[in-house]
Design a protein around this ligand. Structure first.
Ligand code: NAD
Length: 431
């Protein structure tokens, strides 16, 4: 089953619980528009490489298409379609006026110089420019993309727009900035956007801990230490959770004694060394590592650790029918998009492992992206406190809405989340 087929199966499973028009379900089962672009990239060496990029506009029932851009060698159309579908579902759950979109470039940015990365981003933006815009489709960061890349997109889009429309327009420059979110704060980005996905997840987790009456110490293992994983780890650490294992693409480390890592030190070390596994023994972290009797752990083994909460925060499809029987965590908290395959989800459900789905827990990023878009459109600039307060409200409301359906219908969290999304989409489609 492909990633997208798995995602659709989740949708159809939830659709059985509500009275939904078959034609509408069919409409939600395929993307409105898929865009594939190919362009040459001249490398610093003078060599030319042909690059493939994608943007999928899944549907805009709730508002302009919205979703991140991923730069990764494994990006392909099936993955981007699935990710754009999940964006549609997420935006409905967290109730922001956006549809689903996603994009990516099949490239390993780690093999590019800064100059090549900028050229790649600008060429891709030129190709997408006719199909994106503040009222049309609004990209954002995802795996291997960040504020600097979003700033290049914004700048290139403004340049293209001015060439096509001239300078005399009365559309405010700020509004054009809303073509992309996740920009740097100095360039119209929102305060709080960078940590928003992690913080949003934490607001959901706090509610869950209360509902389930979980008592500290609560042990957590996190796969992925990028924007989402590292920010989430830091927030957990600051709030008294014990993060006992973390990993990145090169592997991970774990704390045998379950004391819990000092995430500030780990972040420092990773920045210095470039990867986490290297933090097993570096400078001050080395001393801590010895004290905690840490060990090196593979990404696969991290998933099987006996912790209270397992947090996949890297890529999709890491919990599959091959390893679902070995998961020992009590809760799987999906900060990544699509980390659990459909088959694995069924196995975990049968085994009584609570899966808190991606479409609910990782909505924080798109929520603050919406705040950024709103601030650009209205020439406003909110403080981080206001952003975080509004984020908390949105995430807690989404959690309560999903929890209510979960209890009333006696369905899994994932089915409940999809039921909520389907209700909101069908209500809006009727208008
Ligand atoms: P990122 O590029 O900042 O970080 C990705 C992390 O995953 C890195 O630590 C990398 O080393 C690690 N990684 C990559 N391949 C891996 C592998 N095969 N095994 C283990 N680790 C691996 O990306 P991110 O923005 O943190 O995104 C992580 C996940 O969260 C993705 O699924 C993304 O779609 C999702 N997400 C991101 C946002 C956001 O705002 N950035 C919002 C919602 C969901």
């Amino acid at each position: 089953m492909s990633i997208f087929e798995g995602a659709l199966t989740q949708l159809k499973r939830a659709a059985k619980f509500i009275d939904l028009d078959q034609a509408f379900l069919d409409q939600l089962s395929s993307p409105e528009r898929t865009i594939k672009v190919t362009f040459p990239l001249k490398k610093d060496s003078g060599k030319v490489e042909i690059i493939k990029g994608y943007r999928v506009q899944y549907n805009n029932i709730l508002g302009p298409f919205k979703g991140g851009l991923r730069f990764h060698p494994a990006v392909d159309m099936d993955e981007v379609v699935a990710l754009s579908f999940w964006m549609m579902v997420k935006n409905a759950i967290v109730n922001v006026p956006f549809g689903g979109g996603k994009g990516g470039i099949e490239v390993d940015p780690k093999n590019l110089s800064e100059k090549e990365l900028e050229k790649l981003t600008r060429e891709f933006t030129k190709k997408l420019a006719p199909n994106i815009g503040p009222f049309i489709d609004v990209p954002a960061p995802d795996v291997n993309t960040n504020a600097k890349i979003m700033d290049w997109i914004e700048d290139e889009y403004q340049r293209q727009w001015t060439m096509d429309n001239g300078q005399w327009t009365n559309i405010h420059k700020n509004q054009l900035k809303a073509v992309v979110t996740g920009k740097s704060v100095k360039n119209g980005g929102s305060a709080g956007r960078e940590a928003a996905t992690g913080l949003g997840g934490f607001f959901v987790l706090e509610k869950l801990v209360k509902k389930l009456n979980l008592k500290k110490p609560i042990t957590c293992a996190i796969q992925g230490f990028g924007n989402v994983g590292a920010n989430f780890a830091k927030i957990l650490f600051k709030n008294g959770f014990k993060v006992v294992a973390v990993s990145d693409v090169k592997g991970g480390i774990f704390d045998n004694k379950k004391i819990g890592f000092n995430i500030d030190l780990l972040k420092e070390c990773r920045e210095e060394k470039g990867f986490l596994a290297g933090c097993y023994c570096i400078g001050s972290v080395c001393d801590i590592a010895r004290k905690y009797e840490n060990g090196i752990i593979s990404n696969e083994d991290l998933l099987k650790l006996p912790v209270d909460i397992l947090i996949p925060a890297a890529l999709e499809n890491v919990i599959t029918n091959k390893n679902a029987k070995d998961i020992q965590a009590k809760i799987v908290f999906e900060m990544a998009n699509g980390p659990t395959s459909y088959e694995a989800d069924q196995i975990l459900e049968r085994r009584g492992i609570l899966v808190v789905p991606d479409v609910l827990v990782n909505c924080g990023g798109v929520t603050v992206s919406y705040f950024e878009w709103y601030q650009n459109m209205h020439k406003e600039s909110w403080s981080e406190d206001i952003v975080n307060k509004n984020l908390k409200e949105k995430m807690e409301k989404a959690f309560e809405d999903v929890w209510k359906i979960h209890e009333e219908r006696n369905v899994s969290f994932r089915v409940a989340a999809y039921i909520l999304a389907l209700r909101r989409l069908s209500e809006k489609a009727k208008i």
